[in-house]
Design a protein around this ligand. Structure first.
Ligand SMILES: Cc1cc2nc3c(=O)[nH]c(=O)nc-3n(C[C@H](O)[C@H](O)[C@H](O)COP(=O)(O)OP(=O)(O)OC[C@H]3O[C@@H](n4cnc5c(N)ncnc54)[C@H](O)[C@@H]3O)c2cc1C
Length: 434
């Protein structure tokens, strides 16, 4: 029997069109796929009914079934990478470990640690670009510096794109190179201290018609006008290359959204200070936030007395999803109307969003607060009433989540729009003039 090559799944939970898996299968004849339920991450989750863990568990179970049908299987471990790898090395004769890039700060630390360990054991650790179209220095300005503004970034992104970057990796050609092995089923959610919520997750297909109509429909939260693919993009159950090909054929506007996603990964990679809790524009760290705990709780619970804000927060709490237009409204409301630090909102979203992704979430929050690259100017304060008139005129979305809207049970606004607008402009001006 030849030595084993491990393929380590992380945010790329699919067999088809997977860059690192393709390289492992093409170069080696005994490829054992592994997945680690990482205690370093799971132990930090307070909610034992975390929808993300359930999503991953369902996906892993499905991957294992697909692999068993190929005469192989998925080796699933529950532990920390620093203990799992030594254990794997003592049980299997391993020549190389393949995986795909992940640029979040914990992931970088983890991969450096694993790399060092494997190197000390004489084992190759090979990593590949998979979850974005362009990474690292592939899209730089003419002066070879990273872009901090979306429009020129997206222009260069489009100029750089050619068929090569969106071609699928035909992993299926080499499926016979998966190890022939008998493995136990993955551990249950319960055995890892979690429980299922039992919700239906968004489907991973998007209809051509939806993408064609995206530009006209994407801003209306009452209708299904966006793809709902964000959780699949987060965990790699869909391939970004396939989606970009679809967007190229059907909708420039939707393509731009996929480019925003690459853009925010590019920002995280080039400006790591944002991963340490700093504003992208450092002067914004001087803002004197009010950080009123009671108002924060009212925002979290959807009890601010601003119906569109409350609808969004209740949708988030109930489903783990919130429409992009409403994310912008609730984020602006928290930072501008309530003058609560965007990091509080960022952390709350990180706990609740099914599609939580550090790069897009941080980017969205810093955009809303004005502190980010290519952010909304600080003096732009969304008016929730006008936003509702524009994007939920019939209150269809709002009433879905705030059914008691016109009754005495619904709270009075916790803040007056005009007073809050003047207050935030004053506070921001003071901080930014220093
Ligand atoms: C405050 C705030 C926080 C956010 N947090 C996240 C987050 O944690 N994870 C996340 O995936 N998105 C986040 N977004 C971006 C956006 O709201 C979601 O990607 C989108 O609502 C997901 O719905 P969809 O899949 O139907 O998107 P579609 O509109 O169909 O777009 C397709 C895909 O493009 C990407 N995309 C779209 N808009 C953006 C954007 N503005 N920035 C980056 N990528 C984008 C997503 O991967 C999305 O699935 C945030 C936005 C804001 C304003």
């Amino acid at each position: 029997m030849s030595k084993y090559t491990l393929f380590w799944f992380r945010r790329d939970l699919r067999l088809h069109d997977n860059a690192g898996l393709y390289r492992a299968l093409r170069n080696h004849s005994n490829v054992l796929p592994i997945f680690i339920f990482d205690k370093n991450i799971l132990d930090k989750l307070d909610d034992k009914k975390d929808r993300r863990v359930e999503f991953i568990h369902q996906t892993i179970t499905d991957l294992d079934i697909q692999l068993k049908a190929l005469g192989s299987g998925l080796l699933v471990k529950y532990g920390t990478p620093e203990t799992v790898f030594p254990e794997l090395l003592s049980n299997y004769d391993i020549e190389a470990v393949y995986t795909n890039h992940d640029f979040e700060s914990y992931a970088i630390e983890r991969d450096n640690m694993v790399h060092e360990y494997l190197q000390s054991e004489g084992i190759d650790f090979r990593t590949f670009k998979d979850h974005v179209i362009f990474e690292k220095n592939e899209v730089l300005s003419g002066s070879k510096t990273p872009y901090t503004v979306f429009t020129p970034y997206s222009r260069k992104w489009k100029e750089t794109l050619n068929d090569f970057y969106v071609k699928s990796y035909p992993t299926e050609k080499y499926f016979s190179n998966f190890s022939k092995i008998n493995l136990p089923n993955p551990p249950s959610l319960e055995s890892m201290g979690f429980q299922p919520v039992g919700m239906n997750f968004p489907v991973k297909e998007v209809k051509d018609l939806l993408v064609k109509n995206y530009a006209e429909k994407r801003d209306f939260p009452a209708i299904l006008g966006t793809s709902r693919l964000s959780v699949h993009l987060r965990f790699g159950t869909v391939s970004i290359r396939e989606l970009v090909r679809k967007a190229q054929n059907l909708s420039e506007t939707w393509l731009n959204e996929l480019i925003w996603r690459d853009f925010y990964f590019n920002v995280v990679y080039h400006f790591p200070h944002i991963c340490q809790g700093h504003s992208f524009r450092k002067e914004y760290d001087l803002i004197q936030w009010r950080n009123n705990q009671q108002e924060f709780e009212a925002w979290c619970k959807g009890q601010t007395g601003y119906p569109i804000v409350d609808a969004g927060m209740r949708e988030l709490n109930a489903t783990g999803f919130m429409h992009n237009r409403v994310r912008m409204i609730v984020a602006s409301f928290l930072t501008k109307h309530l003058l609560i630090d965007w990091r509080w909102g960022e952390a709350y979203f990180a706990k609740k969003l099914l599609d939580f992704d550090f790069a897009a979430n941080n980017g969205g929050w810093q955009w809303a607060s004005g502190s980010g690259c290519d952010a909304a100017p600080y003096f732009r304060v969304f008016n929730p009433t006008l936003q509702t008139q524009k994007f939920d005129k019939q209150l269809e979305y709002t009433k879905r989540w705030v059914p008691e809207l016109n009754s005495l049970d619904y709270p009075q606004p916790i803040v007056n729009h005009e007073i809050a607008r003047k207050r935030v402009l004053e506070v921001y001006k003071n901080a930014l003039q220093k």
